[in-house]
Design a protein around this ligand. Structure first.
Ligand code: SF4
Length: 335
């Protein structure tokens, strides 16, 4: 299929097949055809959001060696970056959440490693919720959960979760793909929005694998999809596989936008970058505290972006930004 035909099909809003997505992913990222796909994805993302990109913001309740051992994560036990657990206090958590709220983040994500005690997560979440404006969107980024626990996540005031079936789940992680998929459905069944992403993309992933994952993310009516490259954690086995360029990631962001139904208005990327925004990303994350892609416990002093710097990156790429609670997740419960 010629690029012109792909653009025509996209204008008509027709769904693309896996083979068509593979074809889009197969062109050189710096070719005219790839730039046309990026322009089309940008057009769609702007149309769906009235030209207002969102900035969400994440902090972690703990930093710990995690036994789920995802090879790409700085918390993984096998990577030996962090050898002891540290947890933040309710006061520190409230401070970080309120800081993000004051900075204008459209959603606040509370992250934990997979073995953080679930009851403690709920207790901390209740405290955070009580100290935020009722309309502020809260999102949980936690491990796999049963249907009953998913309900508890909703009941403490979360609008949604971030949960992804990662590329080569079960091979590069100790978690079965089925467990991730089951959790996604448990969260959805509880009435939570599920934001997701094609991640973490490395140079070894084939266009077929990426296309399949694009279609999977679009299959369950997520709050947003998107694409994120793997950030190498220095000294780890996975770092030796290298990293894709920002331009290749931009190409994949564009193909993800084209491959996911238009009923899904959000298209994220991480880490924030102007090429991503140019290629149709309409969601970036700011971060503070521990971060699974960083080797410092305070990512605001490392790789993490602030709400302000995310806004600036969108501006550089010709985007306006949204002020107010996220439109990608359903409204939060009253506290
Ligand atoms: S990605 Fe999550 S589950 Fe995997 S090692 Fe890191 S913290 Fe644990």
């Amino acid at each position: 299929m010629k690029i012109k035909e792909i653009i025509k099909k996209s204008h008509a809003g027709d769904p693309f097949s896996k083979d068509e997505l593979v074809q889009m992913l197969s062109g050189p990222p710096d070719s005219a055809g790839s730039y046309l796909l990026m322009a089309e994805a940008n057009r769609i993302s702007k149309e769906l959001t009235a030209d207002r990109a969102e900035i969400h913001a994440q902090f972690a309740l703990n930093l710990a060696p995690c036994p789920r051992d995802c090879a790409f994560c700085s918390f993984a036990q096998r990577n030996r970056i962090f050898n002891e657990e540290t947890r933040i206090s309710p006061k520190q958590a409230i401070h970080l959440a309120r800081q993000f709220e004051a900075d204008g983040a459209s959603a606040i994500y509370v992250m934990t490693t997979a073995t953080y005690p679930f009851d403690l997560f709920l207790e901390m979440s209740r405290e955070i919720r009580r100290n935020l404006k009722p309309e502020t969107t809260m999102v949980a980024n936690i491990g796999d959960q049963s249907r009953a626990n998913a309900q508890k996540v909703k009941d403490v005031g979360y609008a949604g979760v971030y949960h992804a079936l990662r590329l080569r789940e079960g091979t590069n992680t100790s978690i079965s793909p089925k467990a991730r998929q089951r959790s996604i459905h448990n969260f959805l069944d509880a009435g939570l929005g599920v934001g997701t992403c094609v991640e973490p993309i490395g140079p070894e992933h084939s266009n077929e694998e990426i296309a399949e994952m694009v279609l999977f993310t679009g299959s369950f009516k997520p709050s947003f999809s998107g694409a994120a490259r793997r950030i190498p954690i220095p000294g780890t086995a996975m770092a030796r596989l290298g990293m894709i360029s920002e331009l290749r990631m931009a190409q994949i962001i564009a193909v993800t936008r084209l491959g996911v139904p238009r009923t899904v208005i959000g298209n994220c990327t991480h880490e924030p970058c102007t090429l991503g925004a140019m290629a149709g990303a309409n969601l970036f994350w700011a971060e503070m505290g521990a971060n699974p892609r960083d080797t410092t416990g305070k990512t605001e002093e490392g790789r993490g972006e602030s709400v302000k710097s995310c806004k600036d990156l969108f501006w550089e790429a010709g985007w306006s930004t949204w002020d107010g609670p996220s439109r990608y997740y359903p409204p939060p419960l009253a506290s």
